[in-house]
Design a protein around this ligand. Structure first.
Ligand code: MAN
Length: 346
């Protein structure tokens, strides 16, 4: 059902030039995708860290006011350090990410061979992004590409919005969902006069990691929240669910490809079909995922057994090209037929 691109991984960390000579690129993954002037554009999440010195773990954070980079350097033998997770470490009671992410533009004629820019397109700034910006998702509304992304800082994990018309000049529009919230997928057209989006608040006390829906009349103020789907205990999406790229309009309903993870933190991709006029109504859902970490570049990586889709290009002929992170490390792609996905939903 899935046709993985034969040149996967499409972009690996070694294909990306660090933004500074004293940095190294750890991951190049979880891209947003769009078609622009007949080409395919990815906004790749590039995760960097300072070149590591023996006996230390170090990361970079940005200053909330000046935007300057600061290096956080901790001795590995310090009893106040907990560095067991490859993504996060805790030092003297403060959590840090092991890398600082920005977005890099990659362009392709055929959607498979990409040329990646040598410089960042969009970088962290301000108080909500001091630990970086992550996981772009792109929605085209008229002639503007709206990019939502995760902003990470000591204030929490938020979702921010930016826009561009040409992938050269970007304008940041600020935080649209407060902490903790990520996996935002904005619908590509208004429904009954309002914009809609999927989002994923992280309930900590009761409840879990479920997909919600909100609407807005200006893309900045979101309300009228409704829960859409939650994790299904014991299933492939039993621990968490989160939206992927923007929904696709089909005659049967809005088709949303979402990620689900299970108790072994295996991340797969499944689908959800929502009513065209009342998108809070779930028509059908995948019983089994259609994209499962099976290839070596999905089974291994910074974290094993992860496919995390955040980019999608609708080829308009019944096929979709999915762009996803493999093993939380690199950028991969595959092609799927809309019809094949719809057939498996119940
Ligand atoms: C999770 C992962 C990381 C990410 C943090 C913060 O731990 O998705 O890649 O850096 O959340 O968003």
């Amino acid at each position: 059902m899935i046709q993985r691109f034969s040149n996967n991984p499409l972009i690996s960390p070694r294909d990306v030039k660090p933004s500074r000579p004293d940095f190294e690129v750890l991951c190049a993954f979880n891209p947003g995708a769009a078609s622009y002037e007949g080409r395919k554009v990815l906004l790749v999440r590039v995760a960097e860290r300072p070149l590591q010195e023996k006996g230390y773990i170090s990361t970079a954070v940005t200053d909330p006011v000046t935007g300057e980079l600061k290096i956080v350097r901790c001795p590995l033998d310090d009893p106040d350090l907990d560095a067991r997770d490859p993504r996060i470490f805790c030092y003297r009671g403060v959590n840090y990410l092991t890398s600082l992410s920005h977005f890099r533009t990659a362009i392709s004629e055929d959607g498979k061979s990409f040329t990646i820019d040598s410089k960042p397109s969009l970088s962290a700034s301000g108080p909500y992004e001091t630990y970086g910006i992550e996981d772009a998702r792109i929605t085209k509304l008229e002639d503007t590409f709206y990019i939502n992304y995760t902003g990470v800082s000591q204030l929490g994990v938020v979702t921010c919005l930016a826009r561009t018309r040409d992938f050269r000049a970007f304008e940041k529009l600020g935080v649209i969902f407060g902490p903790d919230n990520k996996d935002v997928a904005i619908f590509p057209e208004k429904i009954d006069g309002r914009y809609y989006t999927l989002h994923r608040p992280a309930a900590k006390f009761v409840g879990g990691l479920a997909i919600w829906l909100a609407s807005s009349d200006n893309l900045l103020d979101w309300g009228r929240h409704q829960a859409v789907i939650g994790p299904r205990r014991g299933e492939w999406d039993g621990e968490r669910v989160g939206a992927g790229a923007a929904p696709i309009k089909t005659p049967q309903g809005w088709l949303e490809l979402y990620h689900g993870s299970d108790e072994n933190t295996r991340y797969c991709t499944g689908a959800l079909l929502l009513d065209l006029e009342k998108p809070w109504r779930v028509i059908a859902r995948s019983q089994a995922p259609f994209l499962i970490p099976e290839a070596p570049y999905e089974r291994e990586g910074l974290l094993p057994n992860i496919v995390f889709h955040s980019g999608l290009i609708d080829n308009g002929n019944g096929t979709l090209d999915l762009y996803y992170g493999g093993g939380d490390l690199q950028t991969c792609g595959c092609r799927v037929l809309v019809e094949d996905i719809l057939r498996t939903l119940k």
